[in-house]
Ligand binder design. Structure first.
Ligand code: PGA
Length: 249
């Protein structure tokens, strides 16, 4: 039985007082003990969130890391080593906003995935198809290619210490959610793909869903066999909604 995971992605949202209030509300919340809850603050708010959440069960994730693992001359970047020092456990890799808006390539994504692992962080590899790709019937082949691009680079063993997030691009921040059946189909396909390489890793890996997850749709999504939790954007900026989603875990 796989454990459940809910990750809040705070993106480039919130000022210091907003993040302070959000983290404080989360720190005192009653959260389920049989799943894990993580939040990914922006780098500027990382230490603030870490301090406030220090005595809670909520763990920290980052929204990105540098394609170099250690310290060095790489202006504007934050490395896996620096994140680890800050108490970070997870790091989002290849979020669709970074792929599409910031032009992140498969090669960079694989490199960041490797860097995160090399310092003991758990990469959360984000994959997802655009609306055009879905409409053209390309969903499964796009997802397969995104997973395989990283897998061929890092090897299947690396997925033993990773999480995959399926986030259809058309469902992110739009209010449109994939139906639980649509999401399940893709999650099952990802697991099937990994099964071809290593049965036990495929069975153990957490595959979480992201894209307009709300308290109203979380139960249905979490009831699917291959959906092991959620990556939550918008609703994670609202403490009450995020806690409600976590309580459905
Ligand atoms: P959303 O974002 O929940 O606002 O759709 C999800 C994500 O981008 O991780």
């Amino acid at each position: 039985m796989r454990s459940r995971l809910v990750v809040g992605n705070w993106k480039m949202q919130g000022t210091v007082p907003v993040i302070e209030k959000l983290a404080t509300d989360l720190a005192v919340a009653e959260l389920p003990s049989d799943g894990e809850v993580a939040v990914c603050p922006g780098f500027l708010h990382f230490s603030l969130a870490q301090r406030i959440l220090a005595n809670s069960s909520i763990v920290l994730g980052a929204q990105d890391c540098a394609p170099e693992p250690g310290l060095g001359a790489l202006t504007g970047e934050v490395s896996a080593e620096q994140l680890l020092e800050m108490g970070c456990r997870y790091v989002l890799i290849g979020h669709s906003e970074r792929r599409t808006i910031l032009g992140e390539t498969e090669k960079t994504i694989a490199q960041k995935f490797k860097c995160a692992l090399s310092r003991g962080l758990t990469p959360i590899l984000c994959v997802g198809e655009s609306l055009e790709q879905r409409n053209e019937g390309l969903t499964l082949s796009v997802i397969k290619a995104q997973v395989m691009d990283v897998l061929e680079e890092v090897g299947i063993a690396s997925f033993g210490a990773a999480v995959i997030a399926y986030e259809p691009v058309w469902a992110i921040g739009t209010g449109l959610t994939a139906t639980a059946e649509q999401a399940q189909e893709v999650h099952a396909e990802i697991r099937h793909l990994l099964q071809g390489r290593n049965e036990s890793i495929a069975e153990r890996i957490q595959i979480i869903y992201g894209g307009s997850v709300k308290p109203s749709n979380a139960l249905r999504l979490f009831s699917m066999a291959d959906i092991d939790g959620a990556l939550v954007g918008g609703a994670s900026m609202n403490a009450q909604e995020f806690i409600e989603i976590c309580s459905i875990l």
